[in-house]
Write a protein that binds this ligand. Structure first.
Ligand code: DGL
Length: 282
């Protein structure tokens, strides 16, 4: 592995946010809303997506390489806006950068238990997330404490559709029907979006629920909690940006390991934003 780059400790430095693709934009949206003064650098590893069907060691190595890239870009904090990369690599990232504020995303099992009335909870996530040791431990611990039953559904191919911008096409609708309807048939009253991509197809998930469920179903996403956590960590470390009058407004920029045009289109279609986007290889 390469030498460890030095981390930035300037409040004016950006926060790095990354995902295998466009899913992390669902988290970035909350970070922008809660921390409007912070500069943000987003990395979409679309050239290596999806992470969800790769061996854990491959995802770990790639997530470390992305963390190195973002640290080299001068970030003062890091949000791993990807459940799959969090399960596989957050420990390794924290070990490599012990002084860097790092926040990951995990399927929201705890908030799901709080929202559920019947204790039957469906978890939609990638295969890699659902079979990772970190997730299995979380699930076991929360089941033991709450008695909740978690029904796991690996959604193979769904993140790819979302990276392609196919949020509401017949192929995506068919995948949603295939993955959500069996959970409803098993009686779940709460669904956890355990992949940051799936937030962007929540309307399609709700349509399947409406068609197939006799009772309301709560849908849990943790983007807001993740934004609050990075805000807390930066504040505690004295790294929050507090611009003075006349200072430049917060900057947003994107990097991707695939085509810049593809990520630009996602920024525009999913968030209505048009930041500068660069394609990089490493
Ligand atoms: N967005 C990612 C997550 O939260 C995964 C998508 C992928 O399979 O690459 O798990």
């Amino acid at each position: 592995m390469n030498p460890i780059p030095a981390i930035s400790t300037a409040p004016d430095a950006p926060i790095g946010v990354f995902d295998s693709g466009v899913g992390g934009l669902s988290v970035l949206r909350h970070i922008r809303a809660q921390l409007p003064h912070e500069h943000l650098t987003y990395f979409a590893d679309i050239g290596y997506a999806p992470y969800g069907d790769k061996p854990e060691a491959v995802v770990t190595a790639r997530a470390l390489a992305v963390a190195d890239f973002l640290v080299t870009q001068g970030v003062k904090g890091l949000v791993v806006a990807c459940n799959t990369a969090t399960v596989a690599a957050i420990k390794a990232i924290r070990a490599r950068y012990p002084l860097l504020p790092v926040v990951g995303v995990e399927p929201g099992l705890k908030p799901a238990v709080a929202a559920s009335h019947n204790g039957k909870i469906g978890v939609l996530a990638t295969d890699r997330t659902l079979s990772g040791e970190k997730f299995l431990q979380l699930r076991q611990q929360i089941s033991a404490n709450s008695g909740a039953e978690f029904v796991l559904m690996p959604c193979i191919g769904l993140a790819d559709q979302i990276n392609l911008g196919e949020l509401d096409t017949p192929a995506t609708q068919a995948l949603l029907q295939r993955y959500v309807a069996p959970l409803i048939a098993q009686g779940v009253d709460t669904l956890v979006l355990g992949c940051t991509h799936y937030v962007f197809v929540q309307p399609g998930i709700e349509q399947v629920v409406e068609r197939t469920s006799a009772h309301p179903v709560a849908i849990i996403d943790t983007g807001d909690a993740v934004a609050r956590q990075i805000a807390r960590l930066l504040h505690a470390a004295g790294l929050a940006r507090t611009p003075a009058e006349g200072d430049a407004p917060a900057r947003l920029q994107g990097y991707t390991s695939a085509s810049a045009a593809e990520l630009s289109a996602a920024f525009s279609n999913l968030l209505g934003l048009n930041p500068p986007v660069h394609s990089v290889t490493f």
